[in-house]
Design a protein around this ligand. Structure first.
Ligand code: KIV
Ligand code: ZN
Length: 456
């Protein structure tokens, strides 16, 4: 039986970019958008064109260069914003105008200083205007989860009648609980005329750490679009993390029998690229793409992993694009290892380019002992963009951590604590004292019949 298809709406470049320290320039946004295209997201929210000339330009250049995904531009519910968004989207093959207006009494009274009647009217009129320009219109009642439910139903019904094709239900302040959020989606489906003709979308913030749980509850209740961001970046505590949403559905199809078009092996490279561009590191224990997500420290766990990885891993590192940890990149690494890691991170090079990358890599490895993927990506970017060599090394002091800060590589079995459960195992030991890591020879990681469990 066909599983319902979930549209992945990526807002890394809009809501994500709003988070402290995550702003990106036009070139960086375009580079990341190209990676999101490789990742297979359905919609890229490229920015908020009225917010700044830079955002306008970013939406414009992404719209002009990517043909497959839908490109969305955000607009407040007023003519000026909608027109500006539409102007930025002119070159898009598949444009979407995303209009938002707060609907909760708190926002109406203290922020917008308008009545519910005025809010209803403004929502209807702005969607009508957007629809006169663009066939694909999304509407978001901001702070939906703290909005009076009867009023929310009224607004949603009005924007559908005015031409909205997607209705997004934001948990703007991350206040909702999963059961509550699921019930809200159900209520809208029961009470709003015309709702079956539009796509219902989730947009959950992570203030209570429930963004992913709420989004999944929304999907179970009938939402068919999820708004999320790579590494879970976004306002305050962030948005629902794209990689967690996708892998929850891949690893647990028994609970979440839905399909996405995400090429999951691009999850880790996308995460690394974002970290490299923004210089905001991923927390080590972050699910799916954190440096420790596939590292095993305790002796009992190491023992289990050596006997059968199924004991402690519910998905393979390969299925999310985490490179093979047996290749620890340091100053003794050769060109082949470097070329392979570049390839695993989505970059293939001609001999001459590789020589240059290798030359800079050796200089870097000498300084920081173990070169992480984010460092390598940065180095690649410098070579590709033609940055002079001295610039790279000159900035290393600021960008790269000292050798002492190196940590166990993903999927490495660290031998820093507890007894090594399998001393006789032909494991390769690398790293400095107190920081040894044992790379284990996982070869036939799982059999074919186990593939469903491993999300490959
Ligand atoms: O969190 C929110 O309400 C938003 C809207 C603009 C969709 O980001
Ligand atoms: Zn948001």
């Amino acid at each position: 039986m066909d599983r319902p298809r979930i549209t992945i709406f990526d807002t890394t470049l809009r809501d994500g970019e709003q988070s402290p320290g995550c702003s990106m320039n036009v070139q960086e946004k375009l580079r990341l958008a190209q990676q999101l295209d490789r990742l297979g997201v359905d919609v890229i929210e490229a920015g908020f064109p009225i917010a700044s000339d830079g955002d306008f330009e970013a939406v414009q250049s992404i719209a002009a260069s990517l043909r497959r995904p839908i490109i969305a531009g955000l607009a407040r519910a007023c003519t000026g914003d909608v027109d500006r968004a539409w102007q930025a989207l002119q070159g898009a093959a598949r444009p979407r105008i995303h209009v938002f207006l707060a609907t909760s009494d708190i926002h109406l009274r203290y922020k917008l200083r308008i009545t519910r009647e005025k809010c209803l009217e403004q929502a209807r009129e702005s969607v009508r205007h957007a629809k006169s320009l663009c066939a694909d219109v999304e509407f978001s009642p901001e702070d939906a989860t703290r909005t009076d439910v009867a009023f929310l139903c009224q607004v949603v019904e009005a924007v559908i009648a005015a031409g909205a094709t997607t209705v997004n239900i934001p948990d703007t302040v991350g206040y909702s609980m999963p059961e509550e959020y699921g019930n809200l989606i159900r209520t809208l489906r029961e009470r709003v005329a015309g709702i079956d003709k539009v796509t219902i979308s989730t947009h959950c913030h992570n203030d209570l750490g429930l963004a992913v749980a709420n989004s999944l509850a929304g999907v179970q209740a009938g939402a068919r679009q999820v708004e999320c961001a790579v590494n879970g970046i976004g306002e305050r505590a962030g948005n629902a993390s794209l990689e967690e949403i996708v892998m929850a559905m891949r690893v647990r199809p028994d609970r979440y029998p839905y399909e996405t078009a995400i090429a999951s092996e691009h999850l880790y490279p996308s995460s690394q690229m974002l970290a490299e561009i923004t210089r905001v590191p991923v927390q080590p224990n972050k699910a799916i793409i954190g440096r420790n997500a596939f590292a095993h420290e305790a002796g009992i766990h190491q023992d289990g992993m050596l006997k059968n990885p199924l004991t402690y891993e519910i998905m393979t590192p390969q299925s999310v694009g985490v490179p093979d940890s047996r290749l620890v990149l340091g100053k003794h690494s050769g060109r082949h290892a470097l070329a392979l890691r570049c390839e695993q991170l989505g970059h293939q090079f001609e001999r001459r380019e590789l020589d240059e990358i290798y030359r800079r890599f050796v200089v870097l490895a000498d300084r920081i002992k173990k070169v992480q993927d984010s460092h390598l990506l940065e180095l690649i970017q410098d070579v590709v963009s033609g940055a002079v060599s001295s610039d790279v090394t000159g900035r290393q002091g600021k960008k790269f951590p000292p050798a002492a800060a190196t940590l166990p590589f993903p999927r490495a079995v660290s031998a820093t604590a507890g007894a090594n459960a399998n001393d006789s195992h032909p494991a390769h030991v690398s790293g400095s004292a107190g920081q040894a890591s044992v790379s284990i020879p996982f070869t036939d990681h799982h059999s074919e019949q186990e593939d469903y469990l491993w999300g490959v």
